[in-house]
Design a protein around this ligand. Structure first.
Ligand code: FAD
Length: 396
């Protein structure tokens, strides 16, 4: 460990000690999360006063481990996934001082939930093709359009909105990034039901929604650059979920332990599931260790891809180990959960929910493209519409 690393570790240890001396970790969790933020232990890499201590982000996992060990609830990170993993880092990198001061603390305490309003019916993998329009009106913007698959929109207080402000510019250059008040007049959130029965995401319609210009993030026309910060952080955050939420392998191990009949074929699949899970944990640990403050690199896509593909295989194995009971699913009644988990305590739900892992946060094909182009340096995908005005490009 270098001298700087040792010094930073001591800073974090001391902050932890002060926090735990002043606050019972098992007391009211919202109050504790607020104290954790004030102690600089929310995102340790942030500047002091903004939930951090200005040290390497690698030390955040130590904070979480220590707090979990003394019984501190850390579920705010899971409950406010879009907030913690995406909105927080984006605001720190591109937000105004007022955004950072007002929004980061209630985000960390999960008093204000965030959602991500990027995808549209005609723009998912190719999100830069989006059609939701924001046009200026004095010191406000008026937004019209439709977003889709917006996770947790029904409980969100704020949304990260990517909208088109210049239809005549090429698609990546005509976008601007905003914070939108999900309670503003004209925002309509309609549930979309998944095959688990749950409606964890929604369609969101904007009809003449007014956004003050002070809630613009970054320059007009620079939305793509800001969105890349959000997306790179999203992938890195998804890759870390195995550390925070556990793995479906825990389910497989429990089912395997209860089983009397153990064929060689099943044993082979269980061993492979174990190997995938260990690889994922090591990848997540390596990513957390190597990560610099700011925007994570494209390497975050490796853990995201492995998590998506292995979760599908492992949850299928869990269902097979459950036998005929695996065919039963408790209820398809529609519920609107107020947080998103991998559902790993129930084989049926875990199996159904895992199908979405290779779509959400970017599909596995897109992850492979990123790894090919940006990590391995292979030739780029052909992009014929890249330099044409967005308004001239045919759309479905
Ligand atoms: C559970 C869940 C939660 C989500 N939550 C959110 C959210 O909160 N906010 C949000 O904005 N979005 C969210 N999404 C949307 C998600 O980001 C998109 O579904 C995803 O990016 C894919 O876009 P698409 O559905 O339009 O599929 P398409 O982009 O139409 O892709 C269709 C198929 O074509 C393949 N494909 C597309 N382009 C290429 C290419 N260049 N090379 C190779 N293959 C390609 C894809 O891999 C896929 O198999 C969520 C999705 C799911 C399933």
């Amino acid at each position: 460990m270098s001298a700087t690393e040792t010094k930073e570790l001591v800073i974090v240890e001391e902050a932890l000690e002060r926090l735990l001396r002043a606050h019972d970790p098992t007391s009211d969790r919202t109050t504790f999360w607020g104290a954790q933020y004030d102690a600089g232990l929310a995102w340790v890499q942030n500047p002091e006063g903004l939930g951090g201590l200005g040290v390497t982000p690698a030390l955040q996992s130590i904070v979480e481990e220590r707090l979990r060990a003394v019984g501190a609830d850390q579920s705010n990170i899971v409950r406010n996934q879009m907030g913690y993993g995406m909105a927080g880092p984006t605001l720190v990198a591109h937000g105004t001082d007022a955004h950072k001061r007002q929004l980061l603390r209630p985000l960390f305490t999960a008093e204000e939930i965030w959602c991500q309003l990027f995808s549209e019916p005609g723009a998912g993998s190719d999100v830069a093709a989006l059609a939701t329009i924001a046009r200026p009106d004095g010191d406000e913007w008026i937004v019209n359009g439709q977003k889709v698959w917006t996770t947790i929109a029904h409980v969100a207080r704020w949304g990260l909105l990517l909208a088109r402000t210049d239809p005549n510019a090429p698609k990546h250059k005509g976008l601007t990034y905003f914070i939108v008040d999900m309670h503003a007049p004209g925002v309509d959130v309609r549930p979309l039901r998944q095959m688990t029965g749950e409606a964890e995401f929604s369609e969101v319609f904007f009809s003449d929604v007014r956004i003050p210009d002070r809630d613009r993030v970054g320059e007009v026309g620079a939305g793509w650059n800001v969105a890349m910060t959000t997306l790179m952080n999203e992938r890195a955050h998804i890759g870390q979920r195995v550390t925070r939420e556990g793995s479906p392998y825990d389910l497989v191990a429990a089912l395997w332990g209860q089983r009397s009949e153990r064929s060689a074929v099943l044993r082979h699949r269980v061993v492979n599931a174990h190997i995938d899970t260990m690889l994922l944990r090591w990848l997540a640990a390596r990513d957390a260790e190597k990560r610099d403050a700011g925007v994570p690199g494209p390497e975050g896509s490796i853990a995201k891809l492995l998590l998506a593909e292995s979760n599908k295989r492992i949850t299928e194995l869990a269902l097979d180990l459950t036998g005929l009971d695996g065919l039963l699913y408790e209820s398809y009644a529609m519920t609107r959960p107020d947080e998103v988990t991998m559902g790993i305590d129930d084989p049926g739900k875990a199996f159904l929910r895992a199908r979405a892992n290779s779509i959400e946060g970017g599909t596995s094909e897109i992850m492979r493209n990123i790894l090919g182009e940006r990590v391995l340096g292979l030739p780029h995908d052909v992009r014929v519409d890249k330099d044409r005005p967005w308004s001239d490009v045919p759309r479905s």
